[in-house]
Design a protein around this ligand. Structure first.
Ligand SMILES: Cc1ncc(COP(=O)(O)O)c(C=O)c1O
Length: 389
């Protein structure tokens, strides 16, 4: 059987390959500590689970629901954006519900890009931005995220001939994998730049409410005029510990939201109503537990930062998201380093190269495991590094 070219061109997914190696170690009886994936280990608040369970017990909540989220879910998203960012959204035209934000990030590429268009994609980045663009036939132009620029792209150095063909600019703050944050001034600049060059901004913001040290991440939609050019992708996966529930949203520019909705109505049908009920409870209910949960992450972050520094690695302390991004020792190849680390210590971390060419000199550590295990993992890494220097 022959696959389509667009499928045969896909590179193997790194985390699928890694899971096989981890499984092989587990079968040999090894104690593996996974610091590689960003799936929250803690549950959502009880009132969210209760709302879902109550809805599931009703006889009339098991059929198809409205395409792109029920009015009640869209109104809950509007409520959240109003309360959290002071951003007013029209629930009919500026919001569409997603089956997790990844689904929307893939869909926007199919909905707005034509073959020959250029897609401006940060490097390193979450893989879906470039995959979505390539599958749509667009050309990916990488925007290096450099430490000296605070891991923000330098929009001013994009060549004019690229800009004339560019259709979409992807951004993601708080950032995966670098843990970097963007000041609102950067978003102001990005919005003006997008208007000047006729670009759509796809801002991916699933970590917007996972912040530390009293940092409060902005939404790009807080920038005056952002609605003319920007769509923001948001998710209940990370902020509300609901990654497996598959619930997210695209909000902002009504035309682009409409294109996403139109593509989605052909590709999928709807959400399960009890999932939406849980999502509505999460978005409109008491948000205090999110802050308490962030304290747990903050203390894990401190363990990781201290451990990486004890290994002699350099990194900026992340103020948001679920990752630490540390520079590898000079001349060390990341895939080899991480493979040896896993083999020797049972600790699994992600080579930065997985996220792009400009990630090659880094490794990423995720903080989605209980603190005692994290401490054990970091202790093994520090010990291993001492023996390998
Ligand atoms: C930057 C970024 N965007 C999107 C996603 C996808 O999240 P969701 O579960 O909402 O599909 C992830 C998940 O790791 C992510 O890190």
């Amino acid at each position: 059987m022959q696959s389509a070219t667009r499928v045969s061109k896909l590179k193997p997914y790194f985390f699928a390959h890694l899971s096989k190696r981890v499984q092989a170690l587990l079968e040999k009886g090894r104690d593996v500590i996974r610091l590689d994936v960003g799936s929250p280990d803690l549950p959502p608040a009880d009132f969210i689970i209760e709302a879902m369970a109550q809805s599931a017990r009703q006889p009339n909540t098991h059929g198809y629901t409205a395409y792109g989220g029920t009015p009640a879910y869209r109104k809950a998203v509007a409520h959240y954006y109003g309360q959290r960012f002071g951003v007013e959204l029209n629930w009919r035209t500026q919001i569409v519900g997603l089956i997790g934000s990844k689904e929307g990030l893939f869909t926007i590429g199919q909905a707005v890009l034509n073959p020959g268009d250029v897609s401006l994609v940060p490097d390193p980045a979450y893989a879906t931005y470039s995959i979505s663009s390539e599958i749509a036939g667009a050309e990916v132009y990488p925007l290096p995220l450099l430490e000296e620029n605070g891991f923000l792209p330098d929009l001013d150095i994009i060549p004019a001939d690229i800009l004339s063909r560019a259709k979409i600019l992807w951004l993601n703050y708080p950032n995966n994998p670098t843990g970097a944050i963007a000041p609102i001034e950067f978003f102001v600049k990005a919005v003006a730049f997008a208007k000047q060059h006729n670009l759509i901004i796809a801002h991916d913001a699933p970590y917007v409410d996972i912040c530390y040290d009293r940092y409060d991440a902005p939404s790009i939609l807080q920038v005056p005029g952002a609605f003319d050019v920007a769509v923001e992708f948001n998710s209940l996966s990370k902020v509300y510990n609901m990654a497996g529930w598959r619930l997210g949203m695209a909000v902002g520019n009504p035309e682009v939201v409409g294109y996403i909705e139109s593509y989605k109505s052909q590709a999928d049908t709807s959400h399960f109503e009890p999932i939406l009920a849980g999502g509505i409870a999460a978005l409109t209910g008491d948000q205090a537990w999110v802050q308490d949960r962030n304290q747990i992450y903050q203390s894990r972050r401190d363990v990781v930062v201290a451990g990486l520094r004890a290994m002699g690695l350099k990194l900026l302390e992340p103020q948001a998201a679920l990752y630490a991004w540390a520079r590898l020792p000079d001349g060390v190849e990341g895939y080899d380093f991480c493979a040896r680390l896993l083999e020797d210590t049972g600790v699994s971390v992600t080579p930065g190269a997985v996220f792009g060419e400009y990630g090659k000199e880094f490794l990423r550590i995720s903080i989605c495991i209980p603190q005692a295990r994290l401490e054990e993992g970091m202790a093994r890494m520090v010990h291993w590094m001492q023996g390998n220097l």
